[in-house]
Structure formats: structure tokens, C-alpha cells
Design a binder for this molecule. Structure first.
Ligand code: SAH
Length: 264
């Protein structure tokens, strides 16, 4: 019988993968990397370079779970990343999450996964669980960086954006994020999500897919999302302007602090 190799790829070295969901965000990252060069794999541009001396591969995932999973797999298989960080925006679902707040994910669930009655609703078939945790140490480092940025939002955004978007005392939350292939944009749908997943904080379209790929490969994963909307009937209003003037600047500032403090 043929012997099966079970060796996982080494993740003790290699670059940090940064996945952004939006072009503006990637632009902010590339502007900071002094020596970036482009490599195309699977129809995506991967940007290799350094941030505070740390090796980085930055990439735009595009939107949705399949696009995110392909991106994460390429980062691991082709670029040998040692960890993956995801930054982007999300709709606030939990009570008290306001536009301009940030969420660091402690776990992810696919809210549109439903193989019932074969498996309980939300359970990942053949994984025996619905939720996948993010890496605790990596999430703690992101949390520290996000706290520092939120302590003085005007420093990252400029005073005008703080006034325009009424970002007074934005808060940092940690907990469950739900992902699915839907832009959630009605109050009825977000109420249904709250009912199905009472502890859910935010909804987006990529994180749980990256979490699953990272789980399969044993690669540490953490995710930071800025709340761009309340996933209700007003969710589309000023979305792009908010990303441009708030979310992408928050992401760049948080990652800047993260890499400044990174020691390995
Ligand atoms: N208007 C945008 C579409 C963005 S889709 C465009 O034209 O490009 C929404 C993106 O933001 C996804 O990547 C998703 O992860 C995140 N997101 C923000 N708010 C969301 C919500 N209410 N529901 C689902 N995803 C949301």
C-alpha cells in the first residue's frame, strides 16, 4: 500500500498574508510597502514586499466565500505564508454595534451552511462543528493594535471624517462573525440572523471561508472588520465613501501598528 504523506507545510517562517476585501484597502497597504512587486496566480495579483522589515504578501480576495477560499489557499500553497490577517468591513448585527466600531473575530460561522437534516444547521459537514476559532495570540495582537487606533480616531482618519461620520467614541468588540454569500441589507434578514445565532456580532462574506482553509492547513488566522452598516435597509447608503474615508484608513493604521510591534 502506498504511504500517505501527512506532513503539513511548515508555517514557522514565511511571509504574513494580508487579505483585503476592497481595492482601496490594498492601495493603502501597497503605499506603505517600499519594495512591492506583483505576481499573478489564479487570476489574482499578489503583492510581495516588506512592512517594518517583515515579509508581507498582500492580496485582494474579491467578494464571497469561494473567492476568499481560493485566495487563502494560494497564499498558503504558493506563497508559504506563516499567518493570514483579513481586514475589511462588515454589517453590525449584534446589539450596540455602531457604524465606525471595529470587531476582532474570535470565531466564524457560515450562516448559509445548511446540510440539514443530514447535519445540524450551520455545521460544516464532516468537521463535526459549526464554528471555527481564530488564532488567540494573533487576535490579541490585532486587538492591541486596534485599541490603540480607536483611542484617537482623528489621528488615523483626520478630524473631518470623524465629524462627517459622527465617529465619537468608537468601540472595539470581540466575538462571533458570520459569513455567507449574501449582502445582508434588510432589517428582516438581520433579525433572522440574530435569532439563528444569538451571539453574532457582525456579518460579512469571506471570513469563515478563510478560517476553514486556515484550519485545514494549520495556519494561524485573525480578522478585523470595521462596521460599515447595520445590515438593514440603509446598508448601501454611503458604503463606498465610508470605506474610502474610514475603513481603509483604520485598516492601514491598525496594520501599521501591528507590524511595528511584530517581533517574529
Ligand atoms: N458595493 C460594493 C459591494 C460590497 S459587498 C461594491 O460595489 O463593490 C460587501 C462587502 O463588504 C463584502 O466583501 C462583505 O464582506 C462586506 N460587508 C459589509 N457589509 C455587509 C453586509 N451588510 N452584509 C454582507 N457583507 C457585508
Amino acid at each position: 500500500m502506498k504511504k500517505q504523506s501527512t506532513a503539513a507545510p511548515s508555517v514557522s517562517k514565511g511571509p504574513t498574508g494580508i487579505v483585503g476585501a476592497m481595492r482601496q484597502e490594498l492601495a493603502a497597504v501597497l503605499a506603505i510597502m517600499p519594495d512591492e512587486r506583483r505576481q499573478s496566480v489564479g487570476g489574482r495579483d499578489f503583492w510581495l514586499g516588506h512592512w517594518h522589515g517583515h515579509e508581507v504578501v498582500a492580496v485582494l480576495s474579491r467578494i464571497g466565500k469561494v473567492a476568499a477560499a481560493t485566495t487563502a489557499t494560494a497564499l498558503i500553497e504558493r506563497f508559504g505564508v506563516r499567518r493570514i490577517l483579513f481586514t475589511g468591513v462588515a454589517g453590525g448585527i449584534g446589539e450596540g454595534l455602531r457604524v465606525g466600531d471595529m470587531v476582532v473575530a474570535s470565531s466564524f460561522v457560515q450562516h448559509d451552511m445548511d446540510a440539514s437534516p443530514l447535519f445540524p444547521r450551520h455545521e460544516l459537514p464532516l468537521y463535526g462543528r459549526a464554528r471555527l476559532d481564530t488564532d488567540a495570540a494573533l487576535s490579541a495582537a490585532l486587538t492591541e493594535a486596534a485599541r490603540a487606533v480607536l483611542a484617537s480616531p482623528a489621528q488615523a482618519l483626520g478630524a473631518d471624517a470623524v465629524t462627517t461620520f459622527a465617529l465619537h467614541a468608537p468601540r472595539l468588540h470581540q466575538g462571533l462573525i458570520a459569513s455567507g454569500d449574501r449582502f445582508v441589507a434588510t432589517a428582516a434578514e438581520s433579525a433572522a440572523l440574530r435569532q439563528a445565532l444569538p451571539d453574532v456580532l457582525a456579518v460579512e462574506m469571506e471570513g469563515a471561508a478563510v478560517a476553514q482553509v486556515c484550519h485545514d492547513y494549520g495556519v494561524p488566522f485573525a480578522a478585523l472588520r470595521t462596521i460599515s452598516d447595520r445590515a438593514d435597509d440603509a446598508a448601501h447608503v454611503d458604503f463606498m465613501r465610508f470605506i474610502d474615508q474610514v475603513a481603509s484608513r483604520y485598516s492601514a493604521a491598525v496594520l501599521e501598528r501591528y507590524f511595528q510591534k511584530l517581533t517574529d
